[in-house]
Design a binder for this molecule. Structure first.
Ligand SMILES: Cc1cc2nc3c(=O)[nH]c(=O)nc-3n(C[C@H](O)[C@H](O)[C@H](O)COP(=O)(O)OP(=O)(O)OC[C@H]3O[C@@H](n4cnc5c(N)ncnc54)[C@H](O)[C@@H]3O)c2cc1C
Length: 262
């Protein structure tokens, strides 16, 4: 089987800083990492590879520096890496991003299983995985905590409210993966990173994947972000020390004072 893992480079912080004047994310000076959900998806793919000797290809779309997350994945055991990098992709919304990623997957050829993270910790829309499946006309199972392969059956455990469902699909199928205790993402050693430099790595442009310019970038994006702003600061929580009884009395006193209780 051929597995593709979609990996996104994201800023190493959930505390995304925003320029209050322009409304743009301030990325300068913030170190970048592999999106944590994608790290779990990668680990799931590598465990399938170890068990069944499948081929794992990584696909990322981003600026040239996004190469580092692809390299890291190859150092961990992925066979091949592809970075979609071209100014034509800049400003793409989730629809355009899905379109470009789907074009790259079509160029790869026969793909049986695509693993994406459930969401990216910066953009946070959780739309890209389903968007890629839609663009490829492929079934999808979202919110997966585990994936197994038995012959030509792909078996996914999908988290739902209060439990899970076990779903089965025939390839090709796209799964979005959540972070669970079933997988423990690893980090490569320095030596593994140097050794991975020998693995095939390609940088593809929009023209390379046959992506049409009018579907890419800001102009090709059907959604426009009108405003980004940090949520208003909440008042700090009051902390009390002492026994449970004393704490309960203090809380009651505040509730009476604020007229929550008469
Ligand atoms: C109008 C608009 C303009 C934008 N302009 C810019 C811009 O100029 N620069 C910029 O950096 N961002 C820009 N973005 C954000 C960009 O569209 C998103 O980062 C991207 O589409 C992915 O969406 P997300 O971050 O919500 O990922 P999600 O949909 O939450 O990600 C889910 C999963 O999809 C996969 N995935 C997502 N993105 C990628 C990727 N790039 N490569 C590989 N796999 C991926 C990963 O597996 C990830 O875990 C813009 C967004 C909008 C709406």
């Amino acid at each position: 089987m051929n597995i593709v893992v979609l990996v996104k480079q994201v800023p190493d912080s959930t505390e995304v800083k925003i320029n209050p004047e322009t409304g743009h994310l301030i990325r300068a000076g913030v170190p970048s990492i592999i999106n944590p959900y994608d790290h779990f998806a990668l680990q799931a793919a590598l465990e399938l590879k170890a068990k069944h000797d499948f081929k794992v290809t990584l696909v990322s779309m981003g600026p040239p520096q996004a190469k580092s997350v692809v390299q890291m994945g190859m150092a961990l055991g992925a066979d091949e890496g592809i970075l979609l990098s071209d100014m034509a992709f800049a400003g793409s919304d989730t629809w355009s991003t899905s379109y470009a990623l789907a074009k790259a997957i079509k160029k790869i050829g026969k793909v049986d299983l695509i693993l994406a993270g459930m969401q990216a910790i910066d953009g946070d829309t959780a739309q890209t995985g389903p968007g890629v499946a839609q663009q490829l006309g492929m079934p999808q199972i979202t919110f997966c905590e585990q994936v197994e392969v038995d012959g030509r059956r792909i078996i996914a455990r999908k988290q739902i409210d209060g439990g899970y469902e076990v779903l089965e699909a025939r390839p090709p199928v796209l799964l979005t993966m959540i972070m669970t205790k079933d997988y423990t993402p690893r980090y490569p050693s320095f030596l593994a990173v140097s050794a991975s430099a020998k693995k095939p790595f390609h940088v593809w442009s929009a023209a390379d994947v046959g992506a049409e310019a009018h579907f890419l970038g800001l102009k090709g994006s059907p959604t426009q972000v009108s405003k980004i702003y940090p949520p208003p600061q909440r008042e700090k929580a009051a902390m009390f020390s002492g026994s449970g009884q004393e704490g309960a009395e203090k809380i009651l006193e505040i509730m009476r004072r604020e007229h929550f209780l008469e």
